[in-house]
Ligand binder design. Structure first.
Ligand code: ADP
Ligand code: ASP
Ligand code: MG
Length: 401
């Protein structure tokens, strides 16, 4: 079999953990499998590198940031290869470009265009374990790019998809995907299976256990994923097209604090206003999430929307000339908010799921500022200080009875 294994930063945080990973890899190799292993930077290395850059130049270009951040994964592939050498198995480490990762030029959030796996195949033919640096590639100008935070998951899925691997295992510091972040919610339970669609929503709504692009790609190329612990040998969670019919209304609760709410009060209540506002925001390359518009009265209305927290100010700047021109009464952004969501395909066939969530929030005395729904999720925007309490209350309502 061809097996792709990916190990996150905490799984390779120190020498002991690196050897632990080397043992997992060599055990799988010794059973006669071809192995491609993707690794992230050790522990907090990526954060530390970002901090180092800030000390030198807070406005550093994204190209140079990518050059710097890619160093984290360069260290960890070499260290893991050395550990495997020490265990006496043939091994080679490869950077993103050596492993054939061609991306577009969107530095810091590059998209993979294709993976030329010729080199990997050659190494596998020599029966070597191939260790690949996650999170990185090169563009057509031969410059180093990175895929965005958490991007090593996507590197692993891209290899598994391109090489049609038999298995893609995402090893991390928890035992799988849970009904809520197991580090934050005491009673969180491990799921045996979850669908791509549910996992995609969950990843997008703040559960960083898998990067959302990796799930999107896994769904597109039908790569079955398994999320499991690098520290404890127990079954993890399978991410696949159709999950076992479990009698679960929802699968998980997620929290996202990387969100800000923009408020526009007293814009004209006439055709074309939403178009003007959101095209200005789009032109500034800012993604809008939840949108709320009030019923017009006395010729004006209010519009509120959410963006990621780091984009709140930019969104307001993009809109300011327009808002001044139409004489909006007031406009502001607020980043002391959080988004709490429930996700699960069960709500497609069960009415009243949203009401149950709202009831739990009411009982916990949490005020809802905005609501958004899709077939398989309900999200509420609330005060950030209420977020942990809200997650606990909602989790309790659905999973602890
Ligand atoms: P890695 O370094 O292995 O990529 P991450 O830190 O990116 O690991 O993701 C794993 C973390 O995701 C866990 O430590 C956990 O705190 C967090 N997490 C958030 N929501 C969930 C969830 N529903 N199930 C499992 N883990 C979750
Ligand atoms: N090292 C990168 C990060 O911290 C990529 C990853 O961990 O997947 O975001
Ligand atoms: Mg991660």
């Amino acid at each position: 079999m061809l097996i792709v294994q990916k190990f996150g930063g905490s799984s390779v945080a120190d020498a002991q953990r690196v050897f632990n990973v080397a043992r997992i890899v060599t055990e799988t190799y010794d059973k006669g499998n071809d192995m491609v292993v993707v690794v992230s930077a050790q522990g907090d290395t990526t954060d530390d590198l970002i901090e180092k850059a800030r000390e030198i130049n807070p406005d550093a270009s994204k190209r140079e940031m990518d050059m710097l951040l890619s160093a984290g994964e360069q260290m960890s592939v070499a260290l893991l290869a050395m550990a495997i050498e020490k265990l006496g198995r043939p091994v080679v480490s490869l950077l993103g470009w050596q492993a054939g990762f061609l991306t577009n030029s969107n530095y810091s959030a590059a998209r993979i265009k294709n993976v030329n796996t010729e080199r990997i195949r050659n190494e596998l033919d020599k029966h070597r374990i191939v260790i690949v640096a996650g999170f990185q590639g090169i563009n057509r100008h031969d410059d180093v790019t990175t895929l965005g935070r958490g991007g090593s998951d996507t590197s692993a899925v891209a290899i598994a998809a391109t090489m049609r691997a038999d298995l893609c295992q995402i090893y991390t510091d928890v035992e799988g995907v849970y009904t809520a972040d197991p580090r934050k919610v005491q009673g969180a339970r491990k799921l045996t299976e979850i669908t791509y669609d549910e996992m995609l929503e969950l990843a997008t709504l703040g559960a960083q256990v898998l990067n959302n692009r990796s799930v999107d790609m896994a769904k597109k190329y039908n790569v079955e994923l398994e999320v499991l612990s690098s520290l404890k040998q127990v079954p993890g969670t399978k991410v696949k097209e159709v999950a076992k019919l479990e009698d679960m209304l929802i699968k998980s609760v997620a929290k996202d604090t990387n969100v800000a709410r923009v408020m526009l009060v007293g814009v004209p209540d006439e055709p074309g206003v939403a178009f003007r506002i959101f095209s200005l925001v789009a032109k500034a390359h800012i993604n809008v999430d939840i949108i709320l518009q009030s019923v017009g009265r006395d010729g004006t209305k209010d519009i509120a929307f959410t963006v990621s927290a780091d984009k709140g100010e930019a969104a307001l700047n993009a809109l300011r000339p327009y808002l001044e021109q139409v004489g909006a009464k007031q406009y502001s952004y607020d980043d002391s908010v959080a988004k709490v969501s429930i996700v699960g395909a069960g709500m497609e066939t069960h009415e009243g799921t949203a009401a149950l969530m709202f009831e739990a929030l009411a009982d916990a005395n949490v005020n809802i500022q905005m609501i958004a729904t899709s077939e398989i999720k309900v999200s509420v925007l609330i005060a950030r200080e209420d977020a942990d309490r809200a997650v606990a209350a909602v989790h309790k309502r659905f999973f602890e009875n």
